[in-house]
Write a protein that binds this ligand. Structure first.
Ligand SMILES: Nc1c(N[C@@H]2O[C@H](COP(=O)(O)O)[C@@H](O)[C@H]2O)[nH]c(=O)[nH]c1=O
Length: 165
């Protein structure tokens, strides 16, 4: 199991600098790309596209803008789109596939129980880890014979549930 996105697994974190193309623009991390979707304001888009702003700064500034009203309904879809792009490119694609079928969890100490799991309480929905496993399944299944895809998808999910490693 990978239970924190630090150290040798820091590349799983959205704060890891990488190239991401999202809805017609280039970003320098998946955090920048994800945060850009919080508002359609051109100044906000430009701020997120400026690689001179750290992922932490972009996240902090996103608390001060007028976020689109339906953000909570669309944010998981936005994150999925961003992660698909990040992991479509090397070396991240191979790094993710090389984790095999192990459980991924964003254990954190900043109290995020939506995207990760709070290490102090053990509580959290782990949407980031779940999306990463979903993207990894897509990459893995894309290389398999089409007829086997439904059964392989089921087997991978069952293995993660009953034999997490
Ligand atoms: N605070 C933090 C991370 N939190 C990141 O913030 C994003 C969620 O933002 P929001 O939807 O506004 O709550 C999501 O990408 C999550 O992984 N990540 C990291 O690597 N290091 C950090 O210190």
């Amino acid at each position: 199991m990978i239970t924190t996105f630090k150290g040798q697994y820091a590349w799983l974190s959205n704060f890891k600098r990488c190239e991401v193309f999202f809805r017609g623009a280039a970003y320098t991390s998946s955090e920048h790309a994800y945060m850009s979707a919080k508002s359609e304001c051109p100044d906000w888009k430009a701020f997120c596209q400026d690689g001179g702003n750290s992922p932490g700064r972009v996240k902090a500034m996103s608390r001060r803008i007028a976020v689109r009203p339906d953000w909570n309904e669309v944010k998981v879809g936005v994150m999925r789109e961003v992660l698909r792009d990040k992991f479509s490119r090397e070396p991240f694609r191979s790094y993710l596939l090389d984790t095999g079928n192990c459980h991924l969890e964003e254990g954190n100490r900043w109290g995020d129980q939506f995207w990760g799991v709070d290490l102090k309480t053990g509580e959290g929905q782990n949407h980031l880890g779940r999306l990463l496993m979903e993207v990894r399944d897509e990459l893995y299944l894309a290389g398999q014979p089409r007829l086997l895809v439904p059964i392989l998808r089921w087997l991978r999910a069952a293995q993660r549930r009953y034999f997490p490693y």
